[in-house]
Design a protein around this ligand. Structure first.
Ligand code: NAP
Length: 283
C-alpha cells in the first residue's frame, strides 16, 4: 500500500512561510498584490480563481480581479496587460488560459512583463526554467510537483524520473525542474513507444497527460513514487487523476491523490511567487 502524499500539509507549510515574507514586506511599505485576469466564465477558471483569492487572503496578498467577456477583443486584453505592466502597485499577474480562439495567445503572453509573470507563461520565465538562471518564475503546477517531493523528503539526485506529458505548462518545465535537481529525466508523450515499460523504469513518475487511467498497474514498479497532476472527470462525474488509483496505489511506494494532491499546492506556489516578485520589485 502506498503512502498517501496529500497536498494540504505541503500547502500549509508553504503558506506559513509566505505569510512571514508578506508581513516583512508590508513592514517596509510594500503590499504584495496579484492581478487576476480572466476572459470569460469557464467553470475551471472560476474554481481556480476562488482558490487563488482565498490563498492570497490567507497570507495577506491583495488581489485585483480584471474580468473581460469572452467576446472581448485581443486589443482590450492587451490594454489590460499593458496597464498591469505599468502599475507599480501590482507585482504579479495570473492570466487564465486557454484564451478564446479569436485571440493570439502567444502574443498576449509575450506582452506580459516577465517580472510580473508569476505563472511562467512568458518566454522569459520558461527560458529561466531551462537555463536555471533564476529569471522569472516556473509555472506554478510544475513547481508544485517539486514542492510535494521536497516536503515528503524525497531526494531526487540521480533518480530515474519519467514525466508523461510535454506541454509547456507542466510536462516540459517539470522535467527541467527535475533535471535541475540532478534527476535523470525521460519525457513521454503520445508517440512514446511502449509507455508502460518506460514508466516502469522510473523511480519517480510524474503523470501529466490529462487522460483518466492512462497510468495503470502495468506502468508502475514497486517502490515507485507517483505524482499525479492530471485533473479529469470520469464517466460517473468524479474528479480523478491520470493514474487508475485503485490499481496503482497497492503497488507504488507513494502517490498523490486527486483531488487533494498537486492541485492543493498550486495556489500556495502562486502566492509564494507573488511575494517573491514583490520582494524583487524593491531590489
Ligand atoms: P495538455 O496540454 O493536453 O498536454 C498533455 C500532454 O500529455 C501532451 O504532451 C500529450 O502528448 C501527453 N499525453 C496525452 N495522452 C497521452 C497518452 N495516452 N500517453 C502519453 N502521453 C499522453 O495538458 P496540460 O495542460 O499539460 O495538463 C495535463 C493535465 O494536468 C490535465 O489533466 C490538466 O487538467 C491537469 N492540470 C492540473 C493542474 C493542477 O493544479 N493539478 C493544473 C493545470 C493542469 P502529445 O504532446 O504527444 O500530444
Amino acid at each position: 500500500m502506498a503512502e498517501l502524499w496529500k497536498g494540504a500539509p505541503v500547502a500549509a507549510a508553504l503558506t506559513e512561510r509566505v505569510a512571514v515574507q508578506v508581513e516583512s514586506l508590508k513592514s517596509k511599505g510594500i503590499s504584495p498584490t496579484l492581478a487576476i485576469v480572466r476572459v470569460g466564465e469557464r467553470p475551471e477558471d472560476l474554481s481556480y480563481e476562488r482558490g487563488a483569492i482565498k490563498r492570497c487572503e490567507k497570507v495577506g496578498i491583495a488581489v485585483r480581479q480584471v474580468l473581460l467577456t469572452a467576446s472581448s477583443s485581443q486589443e482590450d486584453l492587451l490594454e489590460v496587460i499593458e496597464e498591469i505592466n505599468r502599475d507599480e502597485s501590482i507585482h504579479g499577474c495570473l492570466l487564465f488560459r486557454p484564451l478564446p480562439k479569436h485571440m493570439d495567445e502567444a502574443a498576449v503572453c509575450r506582452a506580459l512583463s516577465p517580472a510580473k509573470d508569476v505563472d511562467g507563461i512568458t518566454d522569459g520565465s520558461l527560458a529561466g526554467v531551462f537555463t536555471g538562471s533564476g529569471q522569472g518564475f516556473p509555472p506554478c503546477t510544475a513547481q508544485a510537483c517539486l514542492e510535494l517531493l521536497d516536503y515528503y523528503g524525497y531526494d531526487l539526485k540521480g533518480k530515474r524520473s519519467v514525466v508523461v506529458g510535454r506541454s509547456l505548462v507542466i510536462g516540459k518545465p517539470a522535467a527541467m525542474l527535475l533535471l535541475g535537481r540532478n534527476a535523470t529525466v525521460t519525457i513521454c508523450h503520445t508517440r512514446t513507444a511502449d509507455l508502460p515499460s518506460v514508466c516502469r523504469q522510473a523511480e519517480v513518475l510524474i503523470a501529466a497527460a490529462g487522460k483518466a487511467g492512462v497510468i495503470g498497474a502495468e506502468h508502475v514498479s514497486p517502490g515507485q513514487v507517483v505524482i499525479d497532476v492530471g485533473i479529469n472527470v470520469d464517466e460517473q462525474g468524479n474528479l480523478v487523476g491520470d493514474a487508475a488509483f485503485g490499481c496503482v496505489e497497492p503497488l507504488a511506494a507513494a502517490i498523490t491523490p486527486v483531488p487533494g494532491g498537486v492541485g492543493a499546492v498550486t495556489t500556495s506556489v502562486l502566492a509564494a511567487h507573488v511575494a517573491e516578485a514583490a520582494a524583487q520589485s524593491c531590489g
